[in-house]
Design a protein around this ligand. Structure first.
Ligand SMILES: [Zn+2]
Ligand SMILES: [Zn+2]
Ligand SMILES: [Zn+2]
Length: 269
């Protein structure tokens, strides 16, 4: 079976890094790892798996930067602007696939999408070149769906008032990856589902407490609590440079950066 490669397309918080108007040392850093577009990932095996998780405002430039030329499935974590409002850029992938794009999301996210992008869901409004979709609402909590060889479980998590999900990706029974970019607290369901996961990519916003996001300390504690093989922090702010942040982390923990790649089931390079 073909290995599945994961690319971190974006690793930044909702405002991105550099942040507009900010002249702090991180926002003016010349290190490419201090340039963070809004958070999303792409999974690809060159065959049945070409999965995009979230359609950020930078979707187009992320795909150009990372050489993403094929998307055949889209998963959406929640309906916040930083995860959703590059949605219209899916049009090129629809045209290339000559097919409707399967979208997996919660009913709450679909409600926002239908308000904002009615033309993508209403066949009566379809015009050549528009985004066309097949909507797949998440199964009941705890249940999974399959894309090629991957079993995908939506994980409800606490993230302020927004109904929000992360995802667990399994293959042949192995818990290979949990991706939870926006989260203040793991739900009991999520905690049990990801226990023993080989790699956890999780919201590690900053050091200072935040109402809707985990701090670095909370994210690392979550990784230990679920016994993750490796914990990778994402959705980061401009408060600390990539190099300084990475240097302070314990073994087995890393900081994501735009363009970071790894293969499911294999150690980080
Ligand atoms: Zn976010
Ligand atoms: Zn700054
Ligand atoms: Zn959010």
């Amino acid at each position: 079976m073909a290995p599945v490669t994961v690319t971190i397309l974006g690793s930044g918080t909702s405002q991105g890094v550099p942040m507009l108007t900010c002249t702090c040392p991180v926002c003016t850093s010349t290190n490419p790892k201090d340039k963070r577009t809004r958070s999303s990932i792409y999974l690809n095996d060159g065959d049945e798996v070409a999965i995009l998780v979230d359609t950020t405002p930078e979707l187009r430039v992320q795909c150009l930067a990372q050489g993403v030329t094929r998307v055949t499935t889209v998963l959406l974590t929640h309906a916040h602007a930083d995860h959703l409002f590059g949605f219209d850029d899916l049009r090129c992938f629809c045209m290339a696939n000559k097919a409707r794009m399967p979208i997996h999301a919660s009913e709450e996210t679909f409600a926002v999408l239908r308000r904002s992008y009615g033309y993508a869901f209403d066949p009566g409004m379809h015009v050549h070149g528009y985004v066309r979709t097949d909507a797949f609402p998440f199964p009941p909590v705890g249940e999974s769906f399959s894309v090629g060889p991957l079993e995908i479980t939506p994980l409800p998590v606490v993230h302020g008032r927004a109904v929000t999900h992360g995802f667990l990706f399994r293959r042949d029974g192995r818990k290979l990856l949990a991706y939870i970019p926006d989260c203040k607290v793991l739900s009991e369901t999520a905690r049990e589902a990801i226990r023993g996961v080989e790699r956890l990519v999780i919201d590690g916003l900053r050091d200072e407490p935040h109402d809707t996001h985990m701090t670095i300390r909370e994210a690392l504690a979550a990784g230990r609590e679920v016994d993750a093989g490796e914990t990778i922090l994402t959705h980061l702010t401009h408060h600390k440079s990539h190099a300084d942040r990475e240097a302070e982390l314990p073994p087995g923990c890393r900081v994501a950066y735009d363009g970071m790649r790894f293969t499911l089931g294999e150690p980080l390079a």
